[in-house]
Design a protein around this ligand. Structure first.
Ligand code: ZN
Ligand code: ZN
Length: 193
């Protein structure tokens, strides 16, 4: 499906880019209620999303283009093995999550930064959402996994994973990863419940 190209920008407008070929079937719109996504927002000085979820559209790196202000891009992670959280230095906005290795081709975009989010279609999955019984679970997990595998696997097999603005040709992130120190990290999570 062809989809449409959607411009995006960080909150102050210094970094601008385009999500390419956006459609409800070319990506998956999700809400994530996990502690890591919330901690990411808090660490970046963004408003606390809880009790709501973080709004994401999962697409692929070869459909992400930076058009201006790419020098503002920075990356951090909440642990040595956690997802890469791509942020801008200018205003702190979180823009993307990616895997640590480019061969796993996904890029989850924080959709709050779109002027018009209607081309993304409806939310198809909710991750780590709190259920009526108080436990956390997933809604729409099959749709999410089908979309993820359906996009990442052919890219892995064809080498299209190499088309990415997030990694260099030798597979390293284009910025040095800042791993949040344990002492700072603990304050970003709710006490065990
Ligand atoms: Zn999450
Ligand atoms: Zn900015």
């Amino acid at each position: 499906m062809a989809g449409v190209d959607l411009p995006f920008a960080c909150d102050c407008g210094k970094l601008r880019g385009t999500l390419l070929s956006v459609s409800p079937t070319n990506g998956t719109r999700i809400e994530c209620y996990c502690h890591d996504c919330r901690a990411t927002e808090l660490y970046a000085g963004q408003p606390d999303p809880a009790p709501g979820g973080v709004q994401l559209y999962q697409t692929v790196p070869d459909r992400v283009r930076f058009d201006a202000g790419e020098d503002q891009l920075a990356v951090f992670s909440l642990s040595d093995t956690g997802l890469l959280r791509w942020q801008v230095r200018c205003c702190g906005a979180i823009l993307f999550n990616t895997a640590r290795k480019p061969k796993i081709a996904f890029a989850s975009f924080r959709t709050d930064r779109l002027a018009d989010d209607s081309p993304l279609g409806p939310v198809k999955a909710r991750a780590f959402v709190r259920k009526a019984n108080g436990k956390r679970g997933h809604e729409g997990a099959l749709k999410f996994m089908a979309g993820f595998i359906g996009r990442a696997l052919p890219r892995f097999l064809t080498g299209r994973w190499k088309q990415t603005p997030f990694f260099t040709a030798d597979g390293r992130p284009v910025r040095d990863i800042h791993v949040v120190p344990e002492a700072e990290r603990a304050a970003l999570y709710p006490a065990a419940n």
